[in-house]
Design a protein around this ligand. Structure first.
Ligand SMILES: Nc1ncnc2c1ncn2[C@@H]1O[C@H](COP(=O)(O)OP(=O)(O)O)[C@@H](O)[C@H]1O
Ligand SMILES: [Mg+2]
Length: 467
């Protein structure tokens, strides 16, 4: 056993490690944007795994004490609510130094006062270029390190690329390496392969060029299922995201139909490839009724939380009843894996106009098994149509026509590539748009009340569209 490995076992197995970090994590964790348990007290932490990616010097602190990189999976215990699990698992990458240089001050987590790291400062390792480079180095040489397993696919990974943390951090943290790669570090970790690795790998196998193919990834090797921790992909340098492009088009009074048409094609190509790559179970009558019933349940739950929805419930229900009625007709529909959270912000247009889709995680708030379940592709289409509406509504004066034209162009682009127009089954499209708008109402009421009028306008329209 190497010296590094024997140190690793000592620190990782130390029962004092987590208790000594707990006071700092209590302060720091709830302030992180990706921490999903805000507003509920943290009652305890427990350690899932600890791995030294760069061995931590646990001897007496001296001027020469080196930098360490500690990888932790920590379970955070909180009181359960009807919607939230009591203990989420988070991925932490901690830099450990005796003294933190001033340039890393914004990354500070705190100073440890007891236990094996006593006297050392711990900080967000991803903000330390040296440690971020080291992480890329690990991907270059696949294999197992402590609880972690590094894998890669395709050509060798370039070295010596300067890292930077993307400031668009939402539920994850992304690092860009020299405009060549982007590494997405998942923060909340669920058992099972993350669809943001699974689907891009399947699409790459299928030869679909619409999604950047993973070049490397790492997982926690647990006894049961692997836990996906991060994915490295080519960085589409110079590409712009669809949401920004749509807002700019609106601000400049420009039409967006050419882009919407191209996005429809891109979506259809991804759907076709996913259907070819992964199982496509038939939705029989029982499953179709089940789908409609789940939408009704979500509507009822949302109406309980947001009183503004209540007057619209009967009108909206007709959308879901129409889907349940479809189940009585003879035709079965094929479900398949889909993007799961498709909107303009999940699309990138290269300088030559080629559109790619990114971020196949699905809706992060939903449990992983639900996100990985095959669904009707119209779900993604509804997501993109809602996104055109959001873009149009975020611009003053409101340009209803702009969104309507995008909608037509997107569906036409989709039909051209897929061979079937999503408007051909209006019941399914309306129900999925309604389900999405209901979700948006709940989200905006909780997080961004100023935006509530946007989905409420759609609710008004969808409740009246009793066809
Ligand atoms: N392959 C890529 N090339 C260029 N930019 C990317 C790439 N993947 C992601 N991005 C940028 O990073 C942002 C966040 O990535 P995403 O995978 O959507 O993460 P999140 O789960 O935080 O939404 C995107 O909006 C995009 O601007
Ligand atoms: Mg995203």
């Amino acid at each position: 056993m190497s010296e590094a490995a024997s140190i690793r076992v000592a620190l990782a197995d130390s029962p004092a490690l987590l208790p000594s970090l707990a006071p700092l994590l209590h302060q720091w964790l709830p302030r992180q944007r990706w921490f999903a348990g805000k507003g509920r007290p943290v009652t305890a932490f427990s350690l899932v795994s600890a791995t030294e990616i760069l061995p931590v010097d646990t001897g007496p602190v001296t001027a020469g004490t080196g930098t360490g990189l500690l990888h932790l999976l920590v379970r955070v215990h909180q009181p359960a609510t009807p919607e939230r699990s009591p203990d989420d698992c988070y991925q932490l990458l901690l830099g450990v130094r005796s003294v933190l240089p001033p340039r890393l001050a914004p990354a500070l987590i705190g100073r440890v006062t007891e236990g094996p790291l006593a006297g050392r400062t711990v900080y967000e390792a991803l903000h330390d270029p040296r440690l971020a480079e080291l992480l890329l180095e690990r991907f270059r040489t696949p294999g197992t390190l402590g609880a972690l397993r590094f894998d890669r696919s395709g050509p060798a990974i370039a070295a010596d690329l300067a890292p930077r943390v993307l400031d668009t951090e939402q539920s994850n943290t992304s690092l860009v390496y020299g405009d060549a790669y982007i590494l997405k570090i998942f923060r909340r970790i669920f058992p099972g392969t993350n669809p943001d690795l699974e689907l891009p790998l399947a699409l790459a196998r299928e030869g679909c060029g619409r999604v950047p193919a993973p070049v490397a990834w790492f997982e926690a090797a647990t006894a049961t299922e692997p836990l996906t921790l991060g994915v490295l992909q080519p960085f589409l340098s110079g590409a712009q995201d669809g949401w920004q492009l749509a807002l700019r088009a609106l601000a400049e009074g420009r039409d967006f139909t050419e882009e919407a048409h191209a996005l429809g094609r891109a979506t259809a190509e991804v759907h076709t490839a996913l259907a070819a790559a992964l199982p496509t179970p038939a939705l029989h009558r029982a499953q179709t009724e089940h789908l409609a019933a789940a939408m009704v349940r979500r509507l009822e739950a949302a109406a309980q939380a947001v009183p503004e929805l209540v007057p619209y419930v009967p009108g909206l229900r007709t959308a879901f009843d129409a889907v349940a009625a479809l189940g009585h007709r003879a035709r079965d529909r094929a479900a398949q894996r889909v993007h799961g959270d498709l909107h303009l912000g999940q699309t990138l247009r290269a300088a030559d106009g080629f559109w790619s889709l990114i971020d196949f995680e699905g809706e992060p708030a939903r449990p992983l098994p639900e996100r990985r379940r095959p669904q009707l592709p119209v779900r993604d289409i509804a997501g993109m149509l809602r996104s055109f509406d959001y873009a149009a509504r975020s611009h003053r004066p409101w340009n209803a026509d702009w969104a309507a034209r995008c909608r037509t162009a997107y569906c036409e682009g989709y039909a051209r590539a897929a061979g079937a127009d999503p408007r051909g089954e209006p019941e399914l499209l309306r129900a999925h748009e309604t389900d999405k708008a209901v979700y948006e109402v709940l989200y905006e009421a909780r997080h961004r009340p100023d935006w509530l009028p946007v989905p409420m306008a759609a609710i008004h329209r969808l409740a009246a569209a009793d066809d």
